[in-house]
Design a protein around this ligand. Structure first.
Ligand code: GTP
Length: 833
């Protein structure tokens, strides 16, 4: 946005008050900046300034933007700008702010100091009584005491610092509505409380009063390929001795259990290793957890790179993309089935060396990209994003070989885990201070489960929980309870999706049950499950064997599962789980006329897309005449409803049939993913894009969306080792009823909708870095035109992304700008290129 503003205003003076000298590679202030005048807005961002001597002469400045420069010291002269309301000093290297500056900036309302090196704050910052917005994210602050006097603060951002405690005083301020503190080793209040926002923090402090309880807890996630031995370790650790898991007993979905070892509570999440489940994993891989990556040493082959990829690097990449700062502990099972100690040691050394090389290579790639961007001075936004990634440190601990059938190995592994989680550098925040109320609620819920006071499925309404706990704990405020439940959801003890409106009142106090529901439709043997449906089960759904055959055909051919089939499968698994409460079954399963809660969940997790089974076009439909009432045909086309599960698609046939061949004439944008497109990303993108464009065709890694005769193709692909998603649209044709400008605009608008959906989706993978560009349109040319600042662009600015009418690639090919960037051409010529 800043760049656009810069472009739009060009340099120099505007209305005698705004001076824009941003992006000029300035090392010092030129005379024009300081020339006398009534300057109120001064833009100096994206330069190379280390100081701003003389700036105090511009004493009327209200807005000063010095972001993205090279300040290592806070420019003291700023203290003299007494009319200053808005100050940007983010993205610099400032490590200290002297006292005595902010006490003079009485009118300051907005202060952005994010991404600097601040370890402390000046004691007089609290004097800025008008300050409403303060951003201190990405520094190294250890406390926020200096902020206690800021009585007008509305928004406060302190993400990624070293904060362990937050001062209560800040939250007494009724105006504060926005507070973000992710990425701190917070203990009081814990990060999971802060994620609930200001109101939850306020309640936490109110409940905390003068004393709390220290709780030590670690969420532990077991990841690794199928048959690696995850369930075996998990169950053996729970028992304290080897537990034999039957080879046929595959984990389906995720198994959850809790175990206390020497005063530390471990919440075990055992993830199924079968590939069909991978794409749901990222939802449950959460920060601040210990990841135990289990590798079957007996089947690991040091000479086969694929072996390392499947059993190690795939998992490490997955974790890094989702939680970039994870701690991963490698464990090698089946040591007893290897060929002696030397073989075990060789495999251990091989895995550790390859992991180290992989992390080193990634770091080198990142540094290389940063260097290239710095040298080309190409894209500061991209540069900042990459610099952020260099700070994210995934820690992979050495591999522990073990024989899961030996008690000694289980005990040693238990000790090893205990030792690692107590290492403050690795796990700075396993200790949390919790109000007694939190503990009481948690234990009461556990009691309800253990004493079987609630049904095994553990589905409860908020009201029920409140009634139950009120009898046990005395008067419990509903808001307090909800605040505590939100916390328990975030740490993985219960599941409560407040954000799904149909589930706002429903709490799953037994998360494993919910996961078991997932396995109904997300499983490797779904076709077999359909085949196994009995006649009785079909009758209950008023269906016949021919219907079941069609369900199987549609799943195999179109990756589409009929809602009726989902209901039958769900009922079947609920019966297996001995759930006999008809009302709840109905609520979860739904009926022909009303979707159940289960479908809401599937859609919420973007696992499936509502699909049309029959053609949406009805040949019997009467013609519509304006001003005349339209009658539907009788009988109307029956559409029983179904869901498309893109993960079950096997080819791109239907998409390619509609789209035809790619053409050099297409307009296209490429989104490169560093290091790779995450598992399940493309499916979710398809679901988002197709939900927006109801006319669509979907394939394994292709998807076509259509709107008013325009087609946009999305493709996941790999080009010379780089993974990317390509978005293509046919070059617009001249059409009547449409001006040239409209024609271009609507094509680009469609591309941008897809790009925007893609960008939003990337937020779920914070370890992901994107490079967006338009390739040169000459077939043999490898040049790219990078999209700058594209994440910041809003609807009105995006068509101004480039000023030029023609653009020249680095190999000398010239193109009309609208063929490469969203731009409405001023004057279309018949021959553009
Ligand atoms: N001999 C031997 N067998 C092991 C060892 N670890 C696991 N097994 C066996 O390997 C098989 C697979 O182990 P599981 O724990 O079910 O594997 P998993 O990783 O949970 O597999 P999924 O459920 O498919 O994700 C079981 O039969 C275990 O008993 C080991 O160290 N030695």
């Amino acid at each position: 946005m800043t760049q656009l503003r810069t472009m739009a205003q060009s340099n120099g003076f505007q209305q005698g008050e705004k001076r824009d000298f941003s992006r000029k590679k300035l090392k010092e202030l030129p005379r024009e900046v300081l020339a006398p005048g009534n300057v109120q807005n001064l833009y100096l961002q994206n330069n190379r300034l280390k100081q701003v001597c003389g700036i105090s002469a511009l004493c009327n400045i209200r807005e000063l933007n010095l972001s993205c420069n090279e300040f290592s010291e806070f420019p003291g002269e700023i203290g003299e700008l007494q009319h200053l309301e808005k100050l940007y000093l983010n993205q610099n290297c400032i490590s200290k702010i002297p006292d005595g500056i902010f006490s003079r900036l009485e009118k300051l309302e907005f202060l952005k100091l994010s991404t600097n090196r601040l370890a402390t704050l000046p004691s007089d910052l609290g004097n800025c009584k008008r300050l409403q917005y303060l951003n201190l994210s990405n520094n190294c602050l250890r406390d926020l005491k200096a902020l206690e006097g800021l009585s007008s603060l509305k928004e406060l951002y302190v993400k990624s610092n070293n904060l362990t405690d937050l001062p209560t005083g800040i939250f007494l301020n009724a105006d504060l509505t926005m507070f973000k503190a992710a990425g701190n080793p917070l203990r009081e209040p814990p990060e999971e409380v802060c994620m609930g926002g200001v109101k939850d923090i306020q309640r936490y402090f109110m409940m905390l009063g003068s004393s709390g309880q220290c709780v030590r807890r670690v969420k532990t996630m077991f990841l690794g390929s199928s048959m690696a031995g995850k369930s075996t370790i998990c169950r053996s650790l729970r028992e304290g001795s080897p537990v034999q898991v039957d080879a046929a007993d595959r984990t389906v979905g995720i198994e959850i259990s809790e175990v206390e070892m020497r005063g530390i509570k471990f919440l075990f999440w055992d993830f199924a290793g079968h590939e069909e489940y991978y794409f749901t994993h990222h939802v449950f891989i959460t920060p601040q957890a210990l990841v135990i990556l289990t590798i079957n040493l007996a089947s690991y082959d040091v000479n086969n790179p694929q072996s390392f990829k499947d059993s190690v690097s795939f998992w490490i990449n997955n974790v890094k993309l989702r939680v970039p700062e994870s701690v991963v502990l490698l464990v090698g099972t089946h040591a007893d089935q290897c060929m002696g100690t030397a073989d075990v040691q060789e495999k251990k050394a091989d895995i550790e060396t390859k992991v180290a090389a992989m992390l080193k290579e990634r770091k080198a790639n990142l540094e290389m990209r940063i260097k290239n961007i710095e040298e080309d001075q190409e894209d500061p936004a991209q540069l900042r994003a990459l610099q952020k990634f260099t700070k994210q440190k995934l820690k992979v601990l050495d591999l522990v070989p073990m024989d899961c059938t030996k008690t000694e190995d289980i005990e040693n592994f238990q000790n090893y885990i205990l030792c690692q989680v107590q290492d403050k550098d690795l796990f700075p925040s396993i200790e949390r201070t919790l109000p007694h109320r939190y503990q009481e609620v948690e234990s009461s819920i556990q009691d309800l489960k253990e004493n079987k006071d609630i049904p095994e499925h553990g589905i409860m309404s908020i009201e029920d929980i409140l009634i139950d706990l009120n009898t046990k704990l005395g008067e419990l405020d509903r808001e307090d309870l909800q605040c505590i439940l939100r916390y328990l959801h975030r740490i993985g003890i219960i599941v409560w999706y407040v954000e799904i409106s149909a589930l706002q009142e429903t709490v799953f106090v037994e998360p494993s049950f919910l996961i078991k529901l997932f396995k109904t439709t997300v499983r490797h043997d779904l076709v077999n499950q359909l085949q196994d449906i009995t006649r009785d089960q079909l009758v209950e759904e008023r269906s016949l064997v021919i219907h079941r055959d069609r369900w199987i055909d549609d799943l195999k051919g179109k990756a589409t599962l009929h809602n009726a089939a989902i209901r039958v499968l769900l009922r079947k698994s609920l019966q297996e789980l001995e759930m006999d409460d008809d009302d709840i079954v109905k609520e979860i399963v739904g009926t022909r006329s009303r979707d159940g809660k289960f479908l809401d969940l599937l859609r919420h997790f973007e696992i499936c897309l509502p699909a049309q089974l029959s053609s949406p076009l009805n040949p019997q439909a009467p013609i519509f005449f304006p001003n005349r009432k339209w009658e539907p045909s009788k009988p109307s086309v029956h559409n029983p409803g179904a869901c498309l599960f893109p993960n079950y698609l096997r080819d791109n046939g239907t998409v390619l049939k509609m789209w035809g061949e790619d053409s050099n004439e297409d307009i296209q944008v490429q989104v490169y993913f560093l290091p790779e497109v995450p598992h399940g990303f493309f499916h979710r993108l398809i679901i988002r894009a197709c939900s927006f464009y109801p006319t669509h065709w979907v394939g394994k890694d292709h998807c076509l969306v259509s709107s008013s005769n325009r087609l946009v193709l999305l493709k996941e692909k790999c080009a010379r080792g780089d993974q990317l998603i390509e978005i293509r649209c046919r070059r617009p044709d001249r059409a009547h009823l449409c001006t040239d400008a409209q024609m271009w605009r609507s094509s680009w608008d469609m591309m941008l909708v897809v790009l925007q959906k893609l960008t939003l989706l990337t937020h779920q993978w914070p370890g992901l870095c994107l490079y967006v560009c338009s390739p040169c349109r000459v077939d043999t040319c490898s040049a790219h035109f990078p999209w700058m600042d594209w994440k910041d662009l809003d609807g009105s600015d995006i068509y101004n992304m480039v000023k030029e009418e023609k653009l020249l690639c680095s190999h000398g090919h010239t193109h009309q700008a609208e063929l490469l960037f969203p731009k409405v051409p001023r004057d279309i010529k018949s021959d553009d290129e």
